[in-house]
Design a protein around this ligand. Sequence first.
Ligand code: NAD
Length: 272
Amino acid sequence: RIDSRVKLADGNQMPIQGLGVYKMTDEAQLIQSVKSAYDDGYRLFDTAQMYGNEAAVGKAIKELNVNRDDVFITTKIAEENQGYDQVMASFETSLKKLQLDYVDLLLVHWPIHTHFFETWRAFEKLKEQGLVKSIGTSNYGMLHLQYLATKANEMPVVNQLEVHPYLAQPAMIDFNRENQIVTQAWAPLGRGKAFDDPVLVKLAKAHGKSAAQVILRWHLQRGDAFIPKSVHPQRIKQNADIYDFELSADEMKQVDDLNRNTRLSQEPEMVY
Ligand code: NAD
């Protein structure tokens, strides 16, 4: 079901599916998209300081007028706000914009080598203060996580990564899993680049679904959490309608085999 949750290593639960709001800069459109998604059963909303729309997300949540624990809000600390004091100060601003007392999940948006440990120390502090329920990373590779582990008191419980059929990241996802870190796929639809792929077109036809739905079902069955973005109510609804069909083991393998290790974004910087 759309509101199914996964248990995180810190004991909290996170909805497996959510709505990404990257590039939603029009406030009215964002509010309408969040409401539409909520009506379809979405409970997780993924924003970031960098997206410039935390205030709009705050408004949307307020207008939903639901219990705070009925929604799960993720935000991310921007690169320029890394460092202990900068994280603490910028997070306070984020909370104000979101009109919240706490966020459910706070992520380091990208790994950078300056302030690497100080940033994480601030994350641990915010969790201790109850201002953040769970702490995680985004775009961290194995070396980043191994390096973090040398000093962290608590490890990230989520690592949000670019994952889609053309960048399946099996080794990285295994590594996350071995370290009790849930992989949350960003650009889970690969921003539409594989929708015309003959394999996906064929599978979509066989199941009476769209290529987007086949891709999201693949994420679900391989154990990823995922946060597709759309501003179109019909697509938001369609992306949630993936719980009434199943890909066979052979069909899963056909999608796995589409992996070509191509990124939409830059390769995360190495720690040095
Ligand atoms: P996505 O893979 O979710 O693709 C979104 C695009 O696919 C939409 O703009 C729309 O054009 C199309 N689409 C969506 N549903 C469709 C459907 N059913 N039929 C046809 N087309 C459809 O890409 P994304 O927005 O880049 O990623 C999703 C979310 O991940 C973002 O909104 C953001 O919250 C997060 N994200 C995080 C990072 C990070 O560094 N942590 C980076 C990028 C995105």
